[in-house]
Design a protein around this ligand. Structure first.
Ligand SMILES: N[C@@H](CCC(=O)N[C@@H](CS)C(=O)NCC(=O)O)C(=O)O
Length: 204
């Protein structure tokens, strides 16, 4: 059985657990702490020189890091990835958007504001307004897209929705107010209503 190296409270790791659960793919979980630095130790760096989770490790020793790559690998050929060429490109469009314009601000604000030691947050306090400005810009882009659509790519729920759900649903922990984004909130509700949906706290 593949092993997911992961942190339970990480939205990037949650994306993988959620997709695997909805596809009925069993994964063993190997947990890392948020603050123990274990992903920067030689044992882990041999598996992922980038020192980050999620990381999927297969029985034959192959390892795959990056939440988006893992989502794509697990979901290729399933109902979570469209077959239409244009819709597949849209899935990638939103997954790249998530990694460049959304996660670096919303996930980072969440980590430092809600999960880091207070003295570490204080060292970064001057960065908070920038995280909030850029994170709100990303939420605004999502709101515009969802004003007339149910899902991010094509006509169905896909891994683009899972990728964006990972940190949008817990954005309040980063100090974001989703009150100004009614279409995003309605979409969050649709995602949570999908068959097999599990919350971030759920173990496999
Ligand atoms: N682009 C990566 C980001 C992975 C990432 O930032 N992982 C964090 C947890 S959410 C991590 O492993 N942090 C530990 C560290 O950087 O030492 C992905 O989407 O998987």
């Amino acid at each position: 059985m593949p092993v997911l190296h992961q942190m339970q409270m990480s939205g990037n790791c949650y994306k993988v657990r959620l997709a695997a659960r909805q596809l009925g793919i069993a994964l063993a979980l190997k947990d890392y702490g948020l603050h123990d630095g274990a992903t920067r130790k030689p044992n882990f760096l041999a598996r992922n020189p980038n020192g980050r989770v999620p990381l999927l490790e297969f029985d034959d020793g192959r390892t795959l890091p990056e939440s988006g790559a893992i989502l794509w690998y697990l979901s290729e050929g399933t109902r979570l990835v469209p077959t239409d060429r244009w819709e597949r490109a849209q899935v990638l469009q939103w997954m790249f958007f998530e990694q460049y314009s959304h996660e670096p601000y919303i996930a980072v604000a969440r980590f430092w504001l809600s999960y880091a030691p207070k003295e570490e947050l204080e060292k970064r306090r001057a960065l908070v307004p920038e995280w909030h400005a850029r994170g709100n810009a990303a939420l605004g882009v999502m709101e515009t897209h969802l004003a007339h659509r149910q899902w991010f790519a094509g006509a169905r729920y896909s891994i683009a929705d899972i990728a964006l759900y990972g940190y949008t649903h817990c954005a309040a922990e980063g100090g974001f107010d989703l009150g100004a984004y009614p279409a995003v909130r309605a979409w969050l509700g649709r995602v949570a209503g999908e068959p097999g949906h599990v919350p971030l706290e759920a173990r496999w």
